[in-house]
Design a protein around this ligand. Structure first.
Ligand code: HPA
Length: 237
């Protein structure tokens, strides 16, 4: 049986899912991590691969960009495929000065201006938080990380290009909002709905205060693999 957006059979998706945004990155991660990966879903080009890492089953499946896309996949994975934990890996824009391009951010929670979680607890502002156990497992693996690793809140934005109100960036830095991306608040909300776990591990790919901070392609890949190592440690913990 398939779902509207995933054509894997039940049982073909592992209890732990690593979730990058980009389908081709999903394929590269699967090839990097597993010798026995096989493609299990391809609806709308959102590729998913299942195999084993250190003898443990793992699926790598893309989310697409933005909360609406990510929440469709997270919901179907938790609800129909009995997925227990989703670990998003992705890139983000750094916000405070000390969060540098190339650093890794473990997102303990996500502020958002999106309405996607406002339907969950009518009358309340839902707090989108990650699984404590997964945060602990990711940070335990951060010991010999080649990048600086930060743990804390992020901003999950609906807009990539539209700026927030004047002064928002300074306030975000003041409140120690470490980075901005576009999927985590949605995935954390879906995890809460189904009583499952979620975590996001980000590589800072650019900086909102300084667009001249750039990583070489080689650096980008190395740093990304550092973040991926933390994500895999959490997924298999
Ligand atoms: N916003 C801003 N910068 C970024 C993002 C984002 O969502 N993702 C990566 N860099």
């Amino acid at each position: 049986m398939a779902t509207p957006h995933i054509n894997a059979e039940i049982g073909e998706i592992a209890p732990a899912v690593i979730m990058p945004g980009d389908p081709r990155r999903a394929q590269r991660i699967a090839e990097l991590l597993m010798d026995d990966a096989r493609q299990v879903t391809d609806v709308r080009g959102i590729l998913g691969f299942t195999g084993t890492v250190d003898g443990k089953p793992l699926t790598v499946m893309a989310s697409g960009m933005g909360m609406p896309s990510a929440v469709i996949y997270a919901t179907e994975l938790y609800q129909f495929y009995d997925v227990q934990r989703i670990i998003r890996v992705g890139t983000a824009g750094g916000i405070p000065e000390d969060v540098k391009v190339g650093d890794v951010v473990v997102a303990t929670g996500a502020h958002t201006q999106s309405n996607m979680n406002q339907f969950r607890l009518p009358g309340l502002f839902f707090s989108a938080v990650s699984s404590h156990n997964l945060v602990a497992a990711a940070l335990a693996a951060a010991g010999e990380a080649e990048s600086q690793v930060h743990a804390g809140m992020i901003l999950c934005n609906d807009h990539f290009y539209l700026q927030g109100p004047p002064g928002q960036l300074d306030l975000l830095a003041k409140y120690r909002v470490l980075a901005v991306e576009m999927e985590s608040a949605g995935i954390y909300g879906a995890a809460a709905e189904f009583g499952r776990e979620a975590l996001t591990v980000l590589t800072v790919s650019d900086h909102l205060l300084d667009y001249n901070q750039n990583m070489s392609a080689e650096d980008r890949e190395t740093r990304f693999q550092g973040a991926l190592r933390l994500a895999v440690a959490a997924a298999l913990s």
